[in-house]
Design a protein around this ligand. Sequence first.
Ligand code: GTP
Ligand code: MG
Ligand code: ZN
Length: 278
Amino acid sequence: MIGLVLKKNADKFTVKIGEQKEICLARNLKNEGIFVGDRVEVEEKVIKKVLKRKNLLIRPPLANLDKMIIVIAKVPKPDFLLVDKLLIFCEINDIEPVLCLNKSDLGQEFVDYVQENYQNVCKVVAISTLDDSVKLIKKEIKNITALAGQSAVGKSSIINALLKNEIAKIGDFSKKVERGKQTTRLVELYEIGKDKYLADTAGFSKLDERLLNLEYDEVRKYYKEFIKPSYNCKYKSCLHLLDKDCGVINAVKSGKISKLRYENYKILQENIKNMKRF
Ligand SMILES: Nc1nc2c(ncn2[C@@H]2O[C@H](COP(=O)(O)OP(=O)(O)OP(=O)(O)O)[C@@H](O)[C@H]2O)c(=O)[nH]1
Ligand SMILES: [Mg+2]
Ligand SMILES: [Zn+2]
């Protein structure tokens, strides 16, 4: 039988098989070789085989990620460079990104700011875990989806709010909602509706540039909104750093490209360039 690994606790794996959850062991396979998100072949509560993965992230340890919900909020102060790095990370690993603007109850101004800068980059969804708008996130969950973002943006609050909705719907009580502040670094998949799994992760609150495994001159192709304006650059090799004859810089000046995105591009490009010298 084929199942999905929801949780890993030392040598015990919680595997969803059909509608059941079973605690399984690995026995002949190495425990370290099986990850949350893995689809596995199970026989009598023993994992026999790990099926081919779509992708595998080591920190946080998660396999077969289809989608990433990048969460930001007005407070704590957003790290948009982290957002851009996560977007690139998604592109490289074939993960669909969504930018989730949480705590929209704190004011429309910040919502507008994020929309202005990111609406032509990726899908942006504004929500608050304090009201019904949190349901908009449920629609975004596809197969295996992870919440990512800085500490205190409200990732666990989103899971709790969605689980509460689920429980309200089926009129059941569950211990799940009792989990409070993130006390563990272990990854777990929460079932938020049929075939929708959501992981609450702490590991994405930072992203080492090294993980992107990029050369500095490759960064520009991941800023997709630069590509069209770059046809106006005088040189094909233009890195969009010097004013002269640069279509991208002209597009920033005329407001067609977000200044925030452009400044982040410069920082990321520079960071990667310096990193490679070691
Ligand atoms: N105003 C407002 N506050 C919120 C909202 N969602 C969460 N918060 C608050 O934000 C704080 C942090 O929420 P958490 O859910 O613990 O954040 P987290 O992203 O899981 O943080 P880590 O586990 O440290 O990565 C808590 O005090 C929440 O009550 C919201 O929509 N609006
Ligand atoms: Mg948390
Ligand atoms: Zn240029």
